[in-house]
Design a protein around this ligand. Structure first.
Ligand SMILES: [Zn+2]
Length: 198
């Protein structure tokens, strides 16, 4: 099975970056929130609960026979429309629905997670489509898909100034991940607790 680094998403600037938590595709792992600090703006970022399923479901629909070049084109138009901000999201999804109801449903999930996830999934779509068109590959389609997703981490990404309200995401809590907070912070928190006890 293909392992990947689960994306974390900054709720302030929308950056998608590796959370440092690796999982295997289709392994039914649950993340239960969790977060870290955004490397770009230093604000709180979290791992949305649904992110793994969203990625897995996306790969599945891209592998399907009805994912044609026309659907890929419609998807790329939808991504551009969303990125430009000129059209409301429901109208974009409605348009995409005419080409592929299943992709439109997935697109709605991605859009809930922010434009950078939409861009990442479109890159996965292109990679899977290309793989399906090229016989005799030595890598699996899942490996190719995950490669496309993870290469997103290296790309410059648009800044989402309004911040994201991610559904089903626990707010960032420093104490959830004590191993990630630095030693100084941990010591300060320890001292605070001891003071409270007294
Ligand atoms: Zn950020």
């Amino acid at each position: 099975m293909t392992a990947f680094d689960i994306p974390a998403i900054c709720q302030n600037c929308g950056l998608v970056f590796p959370s440092g938590i690796g999982v295997k595709l289709y392994s039914q792992v649950q993340t239960h929130g969790g977060g870290s600090r955004c490397p770009r703006c230093k604000e709180g970022a979290s791992i949305p609960d649904q992110i793994i399923r969203v990625i897995e479901n996306g790969i599945q629909v891209f592998k399907a026979d009805d994912f044609t070049i026309d659907v890929l084109r419609a998807l790329n138009i939808a991504v551009e429309d969303l990125r430009s901000g000129k059209k409301p999201t429901p109208a974009i999804i409605g348009q995409l629905h005419k080409s592929s109801p299943s992709i439109a449903n997935e697109f709605r999930q991605w859009a809930n997670l922010g434009v950078n996830i939409v861009i990442a999934m479109a890159a996965v779509a292109t990679a899977v489509f290309t793989w399906m068109q090229t016989p005799g590959q030595n890598r699996t389609v899942d490996e190719v898909a995950i490669d496309a997703l993870e290469s997103m981490y290296q790309e410059p990404q648009p800044i989402i100034s309004q911040g994201l309200r991610l559904p089903g995401v626990a707010p960032y809590e420093h104490n959830n991940y004590p191993h990630k907070s630095n030693r100084k912070t941990r010591r300060a928190e320890g001292a605070k607790k001891r003071r409270k006890i007294r």
